[in-house]
Design a protein around this ligand. Sequence first.
Ligand code: BGP
Length: 468
Amino acid sequence: MKQFADDFIFGGATAAFQVEGAAKEDGRGPCCWDEYMNRPGSCFNGDKASDFYHKYKDDLELANEFGINGIRISISWSRIIPDGSGEVNRKGIDFYNRLIDECIKNEVEPFVTLHHFDTPLTLFEKGDWLNRDIIAHFVRFAEICFVHFGDRVKKWATFNEPWSVAQNGYIIGNFPPSIKFDIPKAVQIMHNMMVAHAKTINLYKTMNLPGEIGIVHTLEGKCPISDKAEDKRAAYLDDTIANTFMLDACFKGEYGKDTLETIHEILKKNHGTFTVYDGDMDIIRTASKDIDFLGMNYYSSHFLQGYDGESKMHHNGTGEKGTSVFALQGIGARVSNPNVETTDWDWPIYPQGMYEMLVRIKRDYPNYKKIYIAENGMGYKDDFVDGNIDDTPRIEYIRKHFTYILKAIQEGVNVKGYYVWSLMDVLSWSNGYNKRYGLFYVDFESQKRYPKKSAYWFKKMSKTKRLV
Ligand code: BGP
């Protein structure tokens, strides 16, 4: 099968901090990333990014011209409420009003995420998602967004990738607050974010707005590197903490028995625990009945080997192939599979993992209503030659993933759209500006945009709704 349904969305994804720039303009307060990236020794920051704050009209016109009929944007919390919990910044509201109107004018439907990693600095410094006070501040921020934009925004996501917030900030240490190997904190963060997510869903459902609301998870396949029991166990452990834990919360409304036992096993080996507070599970249960969609980000799967040692890690943030190290106490080690190629940043290219995950959602969470592929794409060091960018490897990457999406659709998985990461080149959180993902090349000096070969290819597909 090569044909997509007529209403299938061919979208492009962005996130406020990675594209907007204008970090100090119109009353925006700092988020955790402003402080983190402006520390001495940091090689890049988001002060200008892709200058979307000023160039959004051009970007949306381009999107329209290239048949892109959906855009993921996120709302910068600290643009709306500069310190996260205090006064509302009118100029922030005005910006997103203009942006949303411009999306609609260009027939590029906005899909809006409320939190894409950019916690306001003031709240971050008070403990980030470990301080439960943040939950109420987040729900207030969400309500303000629903009140101001909820008449026109029909797709809302509470969070983008809580797993990345927990894993990168508290286990890998390449996101603020750069803590390493603190698995108990990472689990607590995920749980607290699940409560905030659920409260936000429950609130939205009382407001009678004309849209739908869900969450965006990054779902990575976890495959044992061999048939050995310890490798299978490692894959299961990594899968439970990275995928099942929060999928259970969002779609079952509880942490399944096996899930919880496995999490406690991991926590025990890491000398910690996590706390579920009174009432949390009721809130989570209610939301699980009402959640409208799952946004699934899929880039890669991991190959796991049993591992008994202490945690060790090297994050390949420069694109020097083969330099990654990832082994976690109580879980396992991610190893390379010689039969699976990787990107320069050591991300295995494994499109069948996306299919397996889609089929699993349908099987294990039969109450899911629909899925949007909210991010998928390939980080690549594009060559710019006289205004032309031949990114054939990216086209091949995306095409392979589309093949598997179609296969899943054919088998009854309800996938309603695809948002390529990213619409234009953006700032990569821990890799800077040379890891490019966009359909449109950005010259970060002049902020000029150039369609890549992939943009022309994507256009053909979105126009015909057919995989080419
Ligand atoms: C996802 C994030 C995006 C984006 C993407 C690519 O996890 O939601 O914001 O950055 O990954 O990741 P990276 O930039 O690290 O290559």
